[in-house]
Design a protein around this ligand. Structure first.
Ligand code: NDP
Length: 430
């Protein structure tokens, strides 16, 4: 990628931006023409094959975040999101992080989890032993239920058994939960896993005498973790009257607050997910699955906490880290069908699923840095409302060049809201 073609990207016109991506080698000529003709939507036929009672398509803006250097490689990050300032914030934070050594990621071997949950098991301990002794036969049956993933080098790898007991719920009888750890290769794997779970349930019933109540994947993707880390020299954090050291220490303190206070942690983590969800959506992945998994992971200690850690090293640098469970894929679901998802994978340079997981964790880390840095210095509204002004101008009815003109006047007005935007439009342009 020739990053020199991408400098001052945000200042370019729409056409210039597309051209710069082409010149930098990020997209092909065909992609360029698709973008220029704004032809990224699903067609009606595809949409009606994807969901039921289809009426039309619902578009989100697709943009790109810049300045990401992940594991030594420059990346342009596609993001599908309606919220102003998220892309600007990610790009800004990535620039700060690139003054250090950029992002370094760690994605251990990923395995998805499927569960068969049994009721009416007479002797839990005995059933557990029977299942553990039949482990290989159960794994074999799971693989026979979905042979194509085995041909691709994946398949069921491990089995664990959990006895679910709860003395607090009235009329509760214990359940037996059998987990399979499954390598679904490049797929998120929901359909593979569900097929496997339905495939092994009768055999498990036969072995234990129990009845299968549930047979489905677990969205708590604790075996699909991705970590991104960064080391930022303190001087790179300086802003206005705040020294870099002050900003660093305030970011550390803000993260301490988000580690002990769930009211703050939820907002802190929402900021992380602003970036993560936007890339998950852009790449055609299931953001409900990722959201469910990530927030459960934030509660793994028994209390909902910050997903990021920010600390100071011996040199006085700010060291950040984010680990996320990421049930994602690079094939399957909407990924191979949606033209915008295909373009997003192209923009990212067609990463494999492990690389995509590392990219998502890096975007989350950048997003968190941007939000917390703004919060502990001049506040979040300064940057946010500047961009929000454009949305208000459009909502008020501004068109073309009027949008920026109304937004500029709105930024100087005592109350930045829709009513003021409408007044400005009426006074100056009618
Ligand atoms: P798909 O079933 O759409 O795609 C997976 C299939 O892609 C594989 O079975 C495999 O089929 C094929 N494939 C091609 N290349 C590869 C490769 N390199 N590695 C692995 N597979 C490959 O999708 P998923 O099973 O991943 O399921 C994801 C979808 O399921 C999402 O859309 C999600 O919204 C949905 N879903 C989510 C649930 C949840 O999260 N709780 C529940 C149910 C559905 P083959 O080998 O036969 O060619």
């Amino acid at each position: 990628m020739d990053t020199t073609k991408l400098s001052k990207f945000y200042k370019k016109s729409h056409e210039e931006k597309i051209d710069a991506l082409f010149e930098a080698g990020v997209i092909s000529d065909e992609d360029k023409q698709t973008l220029l003709s704004n032809n990224l939507d699903l067609n009606l036929e595809t949409g009606s094959n994807m969901i039921e009672n289809h009426l039309g398509n619902y578009s989100l803006p697709l943009g790109v975040a810049m300045n990401f250097v992940i594991d030594g490689t420059n990346k342009v990050i596609p993001m599908a999101i309606e919220e102003p300032s998220v892309i600007a914030a990610a790009s800004f934070a990535a620039k700060i992080i690139s003054t250090g050594s950029g992002f370094s990621t760690d994605v251990p071997d990923r395995q998805a989890i499927g569960q068969v949950t049994l009721k009416h098991v007479d002797n839990m301990a005995e059933a557990r032993e029977i299942i553990l002794n039949a482990k290989q036969a159960i794994l074999d049956r799971a693989n026979e239920a979905h042979p194509s993933i085995v041909k691709r080098g994946g398949g069921a790898r491990d089995l664990i058994v959990r006895i679910l007991e709860d003395t607090d719920q009235p009329d509760f009888h214990a359940f037996l939960s059998i987990h399979l750890h499954i390598d679904t290769k490049e797929a998120m794997g929901a359909n593979i896993i569900n097929t496997m779970m339905e495939g092994i349930a009768p055999y498990i019933e036969e072995l234990t005498g129990g009845t299968a109540l549930l047979r489905i994947l677990s969205n708590y993707a604790t075996e699909s973790l991705a970590t991104s880390q960064c080391v930022i020299p303190a001087h790179a954090l300086k802003t206005g009257k705040y020294t870099g050291e002050e900003v660093r220490d305030r970011i550390i303190e803000a993260t301490q607050v988000a580690t002990i206070d769930p009211y703050r942690a939820v907002t802190h983590n929402k900021g992380i997910m602003n970036g993560v969800d936007a890339v998950v959506a852009a790449t055609g992945n299931d953001w409900r699955a990722v959201e469910a998994s990530v927030h459960a992971y934030a509660s793994r200690s028994g209390q909902y906490r910050s997903l990021t850690t920010w600390e100071k090293n011996e040199q006085g640098d700010l060291v950040g880290s984010l680990t996320l469970p990421l049930p994602i894929g690079t094939v399957g679901g909407a990924i191979s069908i949606h033209p915008a998802a295909q373009l997003s994978h192209t923009i990212l340079g067609h990463p494999n699923v492990n690389e995509l997981a590392g990219i998502l964790a890096s975007v989350g880390l950048a997003q968190n840095l941007a939000a917390v840095r703004a919060l502990v210095t001049y506040g979040i509204q300064k940057g946010h409302m500047g961009l929000h002004a454009r949305s208000l101008a459009i909502s008020a009815g501004a068109k073309g060049e009027q949008v920026q003109q109304v937004a500029d006047l709105l930024k100087q007005a005592p109350h930045m809201n829709l009513a003021t935007a409408k007044e400005i439009l009426k006074d100056f342009f009618k």
